[in-house]
Ligand binder design. Structure first.
Ligand code: TTP
Length: 352
């Protein structure tokens, strides 16, 4: 079992929240952000939860969203130099990171609105400060936390949440209870404080998952969105994996996951646990086989690598159909535009 405490924090419907802060009249009403709104009302890239409740999804065009939900606000991404300008969303993501940095030293930015945090040191520090570590379970309150195994996935009913979480906390009083769970409680308390500070300082809401590794925290984070956090204790992994489709796991969305489903017949993660390590070594190379064997048991050791700026900076624009570039001059023009944007963003990253 991991001795680490890892959290994944993911902003809720992030681009819409950024727009709602700029235009408070959208708050509490269905809204979505669309890109390139020339064809069928534009492609939706973010949908708030009010619009999701009315059946709008990210895979619709703006026109279809309007049909589903006529009162929806469709907000277009600003264009600069003829392409989407995402600066305000990136800057907002940076504001959130600045708050996170007050709570944790080891943060890995994973995308514009998502970051992994290794809270092990912070948890150890709080444990060391406690004169009687047993008191932690009585002094800590987790008013916003669900626990896998003590809540129904996707159900954010407050009464059920508080009963389930209290029931789990009670099990930790048992002298045989694993100490890792107590560490997850402390990690969750830090994340509760951090999410409250993010809201206080930026007005943005987010969700989080807390567990012993990145894969489990990512899974947990999605179970009670929006504006909630979820602990995944190691003991609840078998129950979660008994219903979790293989392709939902972070590293199994691509070819590797497809071969597990198609060749090994694994529908859910628990099916993968039926294969021995040597069987997996035979089917995959040794490193991948062992990785899968451990993953099926909720074990993964990918470290949180401290990194606050994006690993790479890219910039692209599609020229499909009638907008295809036909002359060398057009290609040269757009190459220069895209290169300038990359240059500006690199300079900005360097300054930060
Ligand atoms: P996500 O975190 O995937 O989604 P989200 O924050 O909108 O909603 P959720 O509450 O379900 O996490 O994406 C973060 C932002 O990235 C999103 O607000 C808009 C942008 N984005 C795109 O520009 N293109 C895409 O295809 C996706 C998925 C997201």
């Amino acid at each position: 079992m991991s001795s680490r405490v890892v959290a994944l924090v993911d902003m809720d419907c992030f681009y819409v929240q950024v727009e709602e802060r700029l235009n408070p009249e959208y708050k509490g009403k269905p809204a979505a952000v669309v890109q390139y709104n020339t064809w069928k009302g534009g492609g939706i890239i973010a949908v708030n939860y009010e619009a999701r409740d009315r059946g709008v999804t990210r895979f619709m065009r703006g026109d279809e969203a309007k049909e589903k939900c006529p009162e929806i606000h469709l907000i277009s991404v600003k264009e600069v130099r003829g392409k989407a300008d995402l600066t305000k969303y990136r800057d907002a993501g940076q504001e959130v990171l600045d708050v996170m940095c007050k709570f944790c030293k080891c943060i890995q930015r994973a995308s514009v609105d998502e970051a992994y945090l290794d809270l092990t040191d912070e948890v150890n520090k709080r444990l060391a400060e406690e004169k009687n570590p047993g008191d932690i379970l009585t002094s800590i309150s987790l008013p916003n936390t669900f626990v896998v195994g003590y809540a129904e996935d996707g159900n954010n009913d407050e009464d059920k949440r508080s009963k389930g979480t209290a029931e789990w906390l009670k099990t930790l009083w048992d002298p045989d209870a694993d100490s890792q769970s107590t560490r997850l409680v402390i990690g969750a308390a830090i994340v509760e404080e951090m999410r409250a500070a993010i809201y206080e300082e930026t007005t943005f809401r987010c969700s989080a998952g807390i567990s012993g590794n990145k894969v489990l925290s990512k899974l947990a984070c999605g179970l009670h969105k929006p504006n909630r956090q979820t602990i995944l204790p190691h003991s609840s992994v078998p129950e979660l994996f008994s219903r979790l489709p293989v392709r939902k796991v972070r590293s199994l969305g691509g070819k590797l996951g497809a071969s597990l489903v198609e060749e090994l017949g694994c529908k859910v993660m628990a099916d993968l646990a039926n294969f021995s390590e040597s069987e997996l070594h035979q089917r995959f190379e040794e490193k991948t086989g062992s990785y899968l064997y451990n993953l099926a048991r909720g074990i993964e050791d990918d470290p949180v690598v401290p990194r606050l700026v994006a690993k790479s900076v890219g910039c692209c624009k599609n020229f499909s159909g009638r907008s295809a570039l036909c002359t060398k001059a057009d290609v040269a023009f757009w190459l220069k535009e895209l290169a300038s944007e990359v240059g500006e963003r690199l300079e900005k990253d360097m300054a930060e």
